[in-house]
Design a protein around this ligand. Structure first.
Ligand code: ADP
Ligand code: MG
Length: 208
């Protein structure tokens, strides 16, 4: 489904060069739950950013099915990213001034644009509420992030990642900021999305 071949990525700042990926290849099948484990600083986030079109490699190719992603223009990548990928991160990145349900709807507002959004917002809000129920967060719809626990914020972030019905979920250390039992809940949720819904998931974690 998603394949990257011979990826190279070096960060450059002033005269300093930080080579991160040097000829990495990876192939992900539809329905797979792929975990990538590595030390802090080994390039896991860099890899997810490249796979998810948030950044481009210096060399190498990335294909989703028969579509080449790495050679697209920035606008095309923005469009494709919104269609194909959902992201979750260690620190949730919810917008603090929005309620849970508003946070979840942000990707749909971006996807639709203002007029289409206004026409469809009733049904989209219903979709957001259904996702919130699935994440056992129905009772937190109108709460703001600061009023929620870490596990609740991560479940809200998962709902936000799913609202556009992505083909692949990219997860960057999704339990890294949670205690062990809450982390296990999040992992159970991800495994459930993979098994029951067939969602393809690529997750990176650091080894401790
Ligand atoms: P990981 O997620 O495995 O901890 P990263 O992909 O974040 O690793 O980082 C890999 C290396 O690249 C690290 O040495 C990091 O300092 C460096 N790095 C990451 N992002 C940048 C950037 N935007 N500019 C310069 N160096 C970066
Ligand atoms: Mg990282």
């Amino acid at each position: 489904m998603l394949s990257a071949t011979d990826l190279y990525k070096t960060y450059r700042k002033h005269k300093l060069e930080i080579p991160v990926l040097q000829g990495l290849s990876i192939h992900v099948e539809q329905g797979e739950f792929l975990s990538i484990v590595g030390q802090s600083g080994s390039g896991k986030s860099t890899l997810l950013h490249l796979l998810g079109t948030l950044d481009v490699p210096d060399r190498g190719e990335i294909h989703f099915e028969d579509k080449r992603l790495d050679s697209l223009s920035k606008d095309q990548r923005d469009y494709v990213r919104n269609q194909l990928f959902g992201f979750i991160f260690q620190f949730y990145h919810l917008l603090p001034e929005l309620t849970t349900v508003e946070n979840i709807l942000v990707p749909q507002m971006i996807h639709h644009g203002i007029f289409s959004w206004l026409r469809h917002r009733g049904e989209l809000r219903k979709r957001a509420m259904d996702l919130l129920e699935r994440m056992s967060l129905g009772h937190r719809a109108t709460h703001k992030p600061r009023e929620m626990s870490g596990g609740e914020m991560q479940r809200a972030a998962i709902a936000r990642a799913l609202i556009n019905q992505p083909r692949i979920l990219l997860a960057d250390e999704p339990t890294g900021n949670l205690d062990e039992s809450t982390g296990r809940e999040i992992m159970d949720l991800l495994h459930d999305l993979n098994r029951r819904d067939g969602l393809t998931i690529i997750m990176v974690t650091h080894n401790s």
